[in-house]
Design a protein around this ligand. Sequence first.
Ligand SMILES: Cc1cc2nc3c(=O)[nH]c(=O)nc-3n(C[C@H](O)[C@H](O)[C@H](O)COP(=O)(O)O)c2cc1C
Length: 185
Amino acid sequence: MIGYGICGSFCTHERSLKTLEELVEKYDVQPIATPCVVSSDTRFGKASEFIGKVERVTGHKIIETVKDAEPLGPAKPLEALVICPCTGNTLAKLALGITDTAVTMAAKAHLRSGGRLIIALATNDAMSSNLQNIALMLNKKNVFFVPMRQDDPILKPHSLVADFALVEKCLEYALDSLQVRPLFL
Ligand SMILES: Cc1cc2nc3c(=O)[nH]c(=O)nc-3n(C[C@H](O)[C@H](O)[C@H](O)COP(=O)(O)O)c2cc1C
C-alpha cells in the first residue's frame, strides 16, 4: 500500500486528484490529509466534496488525525509515502521535526521505518522562507522530490510547483532509491 498525503495547496487539489486517479490503477492507495484540507472550504471548492472524491477514487477513508496516522510505520508499513501537494508549511515541519498533523505523523512514522518519502512541493515561498527547508530535506535519507519549476517567475518570483505528471515516475525511482533529475525543470 502507498500512502498519499494531501496538504492545503488548494489550487493544486484538482491536479492532485488526477495524479491519484493514475496511481490507483497500479497501487492500493491510502489517503492522508492535514486538518486544513479536511476543514477548509475555499474558492477552489468545498472540503467535503474534495474528501468525498478522494475516498471514492481510493476506496479508503482518509486518515485525518495524528492518532490514526501513527501506525503507518512499524505496525502498518507503507510501501512508500507521497505528499502531493506538499505545502511550504508542511515542508517546514518535516524539515524541523514538527509532528502535529496526520501527514507529518505519517511521514515521521514512515521515515523511522526506513520508508521512502516523495514530496511534490507547491508553495509561493519555496525560494524565500522555505528554501532552507528544501535544502534540509534534500540532505535527509530516503527523501525524494518531484521535479519542480517556477510556475510564474514574474508575478510569483519565489514560487515553485512540482510537475505532478512525474509523481508516478518519482515513486518508481524512489522505490529503487533514485531521485528523478533534473530536479529543477
Ligand atoms: C485558497 C488557499 C490556497 C493556498 N495555497 C497554498 C499553496 O499553494 N501552497 C502553500 O504552501 N500554501 C497554500 N496555502 C496556505 C496553506 O493552506 C496554509 O499554510 C496551511 O496552514 C497549510 O496547512 P497544511 O500544511 O497542514 O496543509 C493556501 C491557503 C489558501 C486559503
